[in-house]
Design a protein around this ligand. Sequence first.
Ligand code: TRP
Ligand code: MN
Length: 449
Amino acid sequence: MTSGDITGAQLQWPDLPAAQQPEWPQDGSVERVRETLAALPPLVFAGECDVLKSRLADAARGEAFLLQGGDCAEMFESATADNIRDRIRTLLQMAAVLTYGASTPVIKVGRIAGQFAKPRSKNTETRGDVTLPAFRGDIVNDFAFTPEARRPDPERLLRAYHTSASTLNLVRAFTTGGFADLRRVHEWNRGFIANSAYARYESMARDIDNAMKFMTACGVDFESTPLSAVELFSSHEALLLDYEQPLTRIDSRTGDAYAVSGHFVWVGERTRQLDGAHLDYVSRIKNPVGVKVGPDADPDEILRIIDQVDPEREPGRLTFITRMGAGKIRERLPRLVEKVTESGAPAVWVCDPMHGNTFESASGYKTREFDDVVDEVRGFFEVHGSLGTIPGGIHVELTGNDVTECLGGSEKILDADLATRYESACDPRLNHQQSLELSFLVAEMLSAR
Ligand code: TRP
Ligand code: MN
């Protein structure tokens, strides 16, 4: 892979309107930072992106299921060893539940090592009589509500790169260095107080143990990679083009461009304009890419997105991540799926049951109801069930910690509990236990598929 920035004739998008970009200082600093980024090594390799694409092609055919999860917005400060380990552990536990519960290979993708930029509904935030630029994620400015903190700072692009690099380094260590070994299935559950979700996990872990003992007795080699390691891919929203472009490289094997900031990138609901820079950008890279789709999406627009992003109709290339809301999915999803299916395009359908179910609680916290999250996933399976199409995966915002950001679950988190441990700087995430509970429920839906 060459380290050159791809610019010029090949790319049209720098001249197209790009929504949701910060107003960087006009002093040449962002240009300097882009040059520095363009000379830094890639975070991921093109061949890994191709592997993920072929796994997603399996998901489109119903031969695998995508589990994509992580923070709404990663924060530089939170990129600690403990936090990274806990998030990976949550994903591993969920993956074990899904793989075992539904006897289906699970593709594991983190919203991790790059999920630093946030689209905002308003450019500014007002508190009292003070109006400042909105917080756009750690990659742009600081969360603190002061003029200093909110000023977009291009140096943060570099910090995002380095934080992603060190996160990914630990992710690779944890997933291949023994931590993810299936023989540790019990250990991932240690330290949690006994309750129904953990008890259920324990009993499943015992079954897995027994199955492994049986297979060992049959001569299966557990030192072999398939059982002692996992593939965990990284993903984030390709929002900030001043970060993505310098981290777009030409693959020396093929001469094709790849985003090397992560294996999978998606375009959000607010930036997927057909004539905008973001869709043009992802149409020019070879990675598997996602497009978020909300309840008001027009089926013809979705077909045009396919023509633009996946003209070759390459299996695994394009994933639609639907975020309709529990109350709308059963009504709004069918016409999109029908249209796409009729067109013959091989899209992967993934359910994001988080973003259509956000509301402000009586006490003023941005929250989500666990039951709504479950209901949207249920609606997603129902729609695909009745159309005879494939529910390919779920995309969730979660953390490995015991936060209190989403209501409900078997812990029955109430509005009054939200203040106890509400840590998200952006959207509310499922906590560790709610994530496990969700995976048990999804495993049941998936095995009924
Ligand atoms: N490598 C296999 C897989 O990813 C089996 C495996 C190893 C596994 N460790 C795991 C599965 C942890 C789930 C969770 O499916
Ligand atoms: Mn979010």
